[in-house]
Design a protein around this ligand. Structure first.
Ligand SMILES: O=C[C@H](O)[C@H](O)[C@H](O)COP(=O)(O)O
Length: 239
């Protein structure tokens, strides 16, 4: 059986990504391109459709990774400077609750992802079945928070004093020292305690702590989520 579970998960990511690109991408649109492993499948499908249907789609990246995917696949690269209003953004998530509140930033990209999503008429999430939860924390136990480097100790203290739980400065795997985001900042992972329900207030409180750049909580932003399931089907949830 070893090896079949990861394959199922990859298939589920791909199914969700293909379904979302097929339903939401239209000729002439400005599209936000998210970050992470699921979005790679969305870009693959986008490339197929652009080639087959001769679509003109301007792509706005949400990270260095997304920028590279767009450039390497010879898609049309745009920016928020020239196109600050997007028709749609397609992105992954680390966990999605039944209200479509999201945890994002497992790859440290939540700040640019949130900026791009905030400029889009709709945010569509693509994910596999392991991300589909009733409440946040069922599967993913932490909120990634991007911070200005010198603030990591006071920000961590303020979060754990107010809400409990435990914070951890994200450390590099190949790099000595902390992970540095695409914006030159650090990431704190906050392992939150059980029982939190008002994620909007949590986000607002943390966001106002000096030094915090952005949280990985996306509240009232996603309009629709596509989850690839283990049986090969796709579940959609609409706000
Ligand atoms: O920082 C990373 C992003 O928020 C990703 O969209 C998120 O971590 C989901 O990534 P994946 O599709 O690899 O699970």
């Amino acid at each position: 059986m070893t090896g079949t579970v990861p394959d199922l998960k990859e298939q589920a990511k791909k199914k969700a990504a293909v379904a979302a690109v097929d339903e939401h991408v239209k000729d002439g649109m400005i599209l936000g391109v998210g970050s992470g492993s699921t979005i790679v499948y969305a870009v693959e499908r986008l490339v197929e459709r652009v080639e087959q249907e001769k679509l003109k789609v301007v792509c706005i990246p949400t990270s260095f990774q997304a920028h590279q995917l767009i450039v390497q696949n010879k898609l049309l690269l745009g920016s928020l400077d020239t196109t600050p209003i997007l028709d749609c953004a397609i992105d992954g998530a680390d966990e999605v609750d039944s209200d479509l509140t999201l945890i994002k930033g497992g790859g440290g990209c939540q700040t640019q992802e949130k900026i791009v999503a905030s400029c889009a008429r709709k945010l569509v999430i693509v994910a596999d079945y392991t991300k589909d939860s009733k409440t946040l924390g069922e599967q993913y136990k932490k909120i990634p928070i991007e911070i200005i480097p010198l603030s990591h100790v006071p920000v961590s203290l303020k979060i754990s004093d107010r809400f409990g739980g435990k914070t951890q400065l994200r450390m590099g795997k190949m790099k000595a020292g902390p992970v540095v985001s695409d914006n030159g900042n650090f990431i704190i992972d906050w392992f939150f305690p059980e029982g939190i329900t008002d994620w909007k207030s949590v986000h607002e409180y943390i966001k106002l702590i000096p030094g915090v750049v952005e949280t990985g909580l996306f509240v009232n932003m996603a309009e629709m989520a596509y989850f690839g399931l283990s049986d090969g089907s796709v579940k959609t949830v609409t706000k």
